[in-house]
Design a protein around this ligand. Sequence first.
Ligand code: BEZ
Ligand code: FE
Length: 290
Amino acid sequence: MRNFDEDNITQAVLDRLTGCASPRTRQISEALVRHLHAFVKEIEPSEAEWADAIAFLTRTGQMCSDTRQEFILLSDTLGVSMLVDAINHRFDEGATQTTVLGPFYMEEARDFPLGAHISRESDGSALIVEGTIEDARGNPIAGALIETWHADHRGFYDVQRDTGKSALDMRARFHTDRNGRFWYRSIVPAAYPIPNDGPVGRMLDAQGRHPFRPAHVHFKLSAPGFETIVTHVFIDGDPYLESDVVFGVKDALITKLLRIDGQVIPGGHEVASGTSLITYKFVLPDEPRS
Ligand code: BEZ
Ligand code: FE
């Protein structure tokens, strides 16, 4: 077939997909072509605009490195990461709600004993993070793996420092005790702008948007027989809770930053007066039976 025009080119491309070996690849390719063509027909780009769009995607790829993932930022800031998250975690009410993984998760974080201090920062306000992990019936999950990471009091992750990945900080792996409890010491994280010195930052500027995320601590929680949960706990009162640049905030994930007055917090751990406390109860849904 030849002589393609605005009216027949979409169907012509779809017709070329009949040789797809995988039905899923065919479904995805067809939807991509239909939606992409509909998008172009709606916006009717000039050739200069289309060249700009290609240059934007090119710069986005060129910005990616070992410690910078500009495509994840693009997906996050367009709400696509949260949409994929919602589609993949249609859990029963009661399960801990999920949110974006973000680009700062590192598999290579170190294991620490419960109660360890996970920040080497000498500044920053003292923090205890304490939690329990339970199943949907309220039973504690012993030996669950907690992967946790957060920004510092200036709003930077370890990998954003000059040392890059070579000096991991404010990230750790723990296992719950036999009562499903865990706790660790660190510093209170600040709200921060997502990395905005690249094409995604320019996109936010052009869209009249700020680049901030409200202060939070990340968690990835896993245990055999249960769904893995990727989530954050947000600190109540943060001015960016209503306008998180990546659309990741859910009411159920917001908690108050408590101030410890005595020497001992509810879990029975001795800490200095004036330390802040984040406490959260996580609930892991059962893994579906196959
Ligand atoms: C984060 O919370 O670490 C994050 C999430 C999405 C984009 C940038 C940062
Ligand atoms: Fe974060």
